[in-house]
Design a protein around this ligand. Sequence first.
Ligand SMILES: Nc1ncnc2c1ncn2[C@@H]1O[C@H](COP(=O)(O)OP(=O)(O)OP(=O)(O)O)[C@@H](O)[C@H]1O
Ligand SMILES: [Mg+2]
Length: 241
Amino acid sequence: MLDISDLCAGYGHGPVVQGVNMKIARGETIALLGPNGAGKSTLLAALSGTLRERSGQVLMDGADLMKMPTHEIVGHGLAQVPEGRRMFAPMSVEDNLRLGTVRLAGRSASTVQERFDYVYKLFPRLAERRTQLTGTLSGGEQQMVAIGRALMSSPRVLLLDEPFLGLAPKVVDEIRRTLNTLRDGGLTMVLVEQKLDIALPFTSRAYVLIKGRVALSEASASLAGRPDLAQLYFDLAKTNS
Ligand SMILES: Nc1ncnc2c1ncn2[C@@H]1O[C@H](COP(=O)(O)OP(=O)(O)OP(=O)(O)O)[C@@H](O)[C@H]1O
Ligand SMILES: [Mg+2]
């Protein structure tokens, strides 16, 4: 489904992501792990096209995403839930969700309505608050809007950048249950997450990114079973520094 080869990306001061290769099959859930500053968010931004300084090849079902502007990438079926939610606070929940459909150009009103129904069924809390201004929602509800907005474009691949950051355990559980539903429905997902006890049970495979390079790629279950996991993480970071 996604075939990433020799992906490099940065911000004009040399590459941050340095020659990443990944293969992600349809329906897989992938954990993207690594210390702060490893380049996880940069990698996702390069995939979704929000970062333009990038090179390499990213094939999604045969088409090269690197040759497409961001809106075409969304139209092709790849959506991102960015780090920090990036919400339009003075807009209602419904209008924020509608932003996710802007790129469903040419689709009928009933298709758009189906997406609203789908998202409101996944997040009943958003249905209750559809007219509320997003800026007045709790952090967890804002994250639901961010995920819902990405889902409005009917993605086949969903990239999630630390969706649980700063949220209370109860709402983390609620959002995890929704992501489990999406996973069990066959959606392909890449999850950036610092907490291994959240990331590993959710995913089938994990990549560890250190200083912009893939330092380890392994089945999540096997990684979770390593007694020396914390030490391994530490050693990987050291070897690559
Ligand atoms: N907009 C930017 N302009 C310049 N440099 C940036 C920008 N965003 C990130 N960087 C740099 O790129 C490197 C990787 O950052 P990135 O945000 O991708 O890491 P990360 O793995 O997502 O970290 P974290 O776990 O803290 O979110 C860092 O050195 C960071 O300072
Ligand atoms: Mg990040």
